[in-house]
Ligand binder design. Structure first.
Ligand SMILES: O=C(O)CCC(=O)C(=O)O
Ligand SMILES: [Fe+2]
Length: 318
């Protein structure tokens, strides 16, 4: 059986411990594997990341408790004017940019907290499930650390200073999103759990979802299922990194399909971490990524200007 799994894997697998603890040669091999994956399919599976399984499992349990609350209970955590960037976003609010109908999901987002922030600027505490926020803040930190290690490896591949990304991701506006796709009770008109889209940010780190359904669109235009193994984090390139590298690294289209009718009663939970820089980071294409074969595809823009544009397209910002 394991042979079949290996041969049908949609995305390559790398071991982050190679980069964090390996010899120079092993580190270089990791950088090459990561860059190959990001230039090719735009996705990679990462093991050896050191994020404790217990932390992830406990956060899942807490998220389930949060989403099990009634509409009024959850609605208290909707934050007017936050464009869904913090707190709760109800079912039916977010849609993919080209889509007329909303995705079949509700979610809760945890944002960056820095020392200078007022209570109102911070994430709300959830009185009914206090551990949801304690664990969420801890997971946020750990994803941020590991995401920065991956960006350091990418900086090395792009021949940028090792700290190129971390100078901008320090106090950056990354988001940990807990998503709940409720059971499906009647034939959905056209919406699927998450319509095809590309992520906005630099890179996304996604820990194993509670059910299948994630698919990516490969270079042949075929949908391929992504089935992470137990301990694996799925990483993908977002539009900001694609833009910065003038399409050299690929922000691959992906979606979450509805399960077969026999599994409609099963909800699905997933936890992506969208790694964002501070808004002032320039996303102007790197000069090294503009060549005669690959002329400049984009105008200069800041990460903040770009995010604003994209949040309007997906219906979160008016
Ligand atoms: O739920 C998932 O597995 C992926 C969700 C996703 O692609 C997103 O929220 O951007
Ligand atoms: Fe996504």
């Amino acid at each position: 059986m394991s042979n079949i799994l290996t041969t049908t894997r949609a995305i390559p697998l790398v071991n982050l411990a190679d980069y964090e603890h390996g010899s120079d040669a092993v580190r270089q091999a990791f950088v090459d594997q990561l860059a190959d994956a990001f230039r090719g399919i735009g996705f990679v599976g990462v093991t050896g990341h050191g994020i404790p399984k217990q932390l992830i499992d406990d956060f899942y349990v807490a998220a389930k408790k949060f989403f099990a609350m009634d509409t009024d209970g959850k609605g208290k955590y909707e934050i007017p004017g936050a464009a869904g960037q913090r707190g709760y976003t109800a079912f039916g609010k977010e849609k993919a940019k080209q889509s007329q109908v909303a995705d079949l999901k509700e979610f809760f987002q945890i944002g960056q907290e820095t020392i200078n922030m007022t209570t109102e600027q911070r994430n709300p505490d959830v009185a009914e499930v206090p551990e949801f926020m304690t664990l969420g803040r801890e997971l946020y930190r750990q994803f941020e650390v590991k995401g920065n290690v991956l960006l350091e490896a990418i900086a090395s591949y792009l021949e940028l200073p090792a700290n190129y990304f971390s100078t901008y991701t320090k106090d950056g506006i990354s988001i940990l999103r807990a998503i709940h796709y409720p059971p499906i009770s009647s034939e959905p008109a056209s919406a699927i759990r998450a319509e095809q889209h590309e992520d906005i940010n630099l890179i996304t780190l996604l820990v194993g979802a509670s059910a299948g359904g994630l698919e990516l669109l490969n270079a042949n235009g075929e949908w391929q299922e992504v089935v992470p193994e137990n301990d694996e984090i799925v990483i993908n390139v977002g539009d900001m990194l694609q833009r910065l590298t003038n399409n050299h690294l690929k922000s691959t289209t992906h979606r979450v399909v509805n399960p077969p009718r026999a599994e409609w009663h099963k909800p699905r939970l997933s936890i992506p971490f969208f790694l964002h820089p501070r808004p002032e980071m320039s996303l102007d294409v790197l000069a090294s990524c503009v060549t005669a074969d690959n002329p400049r595809h984009y105008e200069a823009i800041t990460a903040g200007g770009y995010l604003d544009q994209r949040l309007r397209e997906i219906g979160l910002k008016k």
